[in-house]
Design a binder for this molecule. Structure first.
Ligand code: ATP
Ligand code: SKM
Ligand code: MG
Length: 174
């Protein structure tokens, strides 16, 4: 595990961007959001990439972006919710960063995301059911981590403190 990068993984809406920004500030690390990095490189939004080129192409861009981002250190990396689907990405993350999984129930995620129009995979007619199905399939992948936080039970500030404590502890034990 690299000593100097923290990656946040988890389903859409678990708080990777919100917690990530605060964590980066607290550690004086750079904050990098993989989705935003891809959007800047491509000059298109994630929704546009999905609708013009499809998910498979997006997944290729995502792995390319991850490799580039992981070259640097002292970063909090907020990943896309589906990055863990690929074994290659899971290995890259575990090898080059301290991986923190953020968790929440499908019900809470539904309430957090129901007004969102920027998440193409949950724009269908039954978003809560879709979240439940996708979460079920991805569950084992989110469980490959160095530390996890239940965001149903901890607010943003508490989650940041818990992650910092655990990161410092495990880093000094290396
Ligand atoms: N305990 C909590 N921890 C984190 N976020 C919370 C919590 N409770 C409510 N929220 C809200 O849930 C939303 C989380 O959205 P955010 O964009 O940070 O998620 P994300 O994991 O980055 O999603 P995506 O994968 O789609 O980018 C924010 O509006 C945040 O304020
Ligand atoms: O869960 C997912 O598969 C995704 C989550 C978002 O962060 C984006 O990366 C994209 O909308 C796909
Ligand atoms: Mg995000």
């Amino acid at each position: 595990m690299s000593r100097n990068n923290i990656s946040l993984i988890g389903f859409m809406g678990t708080g990777k961007t919100t917690i990530g920004r605060n964590l980066a500030k607290a550690l004086n690390y750079e904050f990098v959001d993989v989705d935003r990095f891809i959007e800047e490189q491509e000059g298109m939004t994630i929704s546009q990439i999905f609708s013009c080129w499809g998910e498979t192409y997006f997944r290729q861009l995502e792995t390319k972006a991850l490799k580039e981002i992981l070259q640097k250190e002292k970063q909090v990396i907020s990943t896309g919710g589906g990055i863990v689907i690929k074994e290659e990405n899971r290995q890259l993350l575990m090898e080059h960063s301290f991986v923190v999984a953020l968790k929440a129930t499908p019900r809470n995620l539904y309430f957090r995301l129901k007004e969102s129009t920027t998440r193409p995979l949950i724009q269908g007619p039954h978003p809560e059911r879709t979240i439940r199905h996708m979460m079920h399939r991805r569950y084992p992948y989110y469980n490959q981590n160095h530390f996890s936080v239940e965001t149903d039970r901890h607010n943003v500030a508490d989650s940041v403190s818990l992650i910092m404590e655990n990161y410092m502890e495990k880093r000094s034990a290396l």
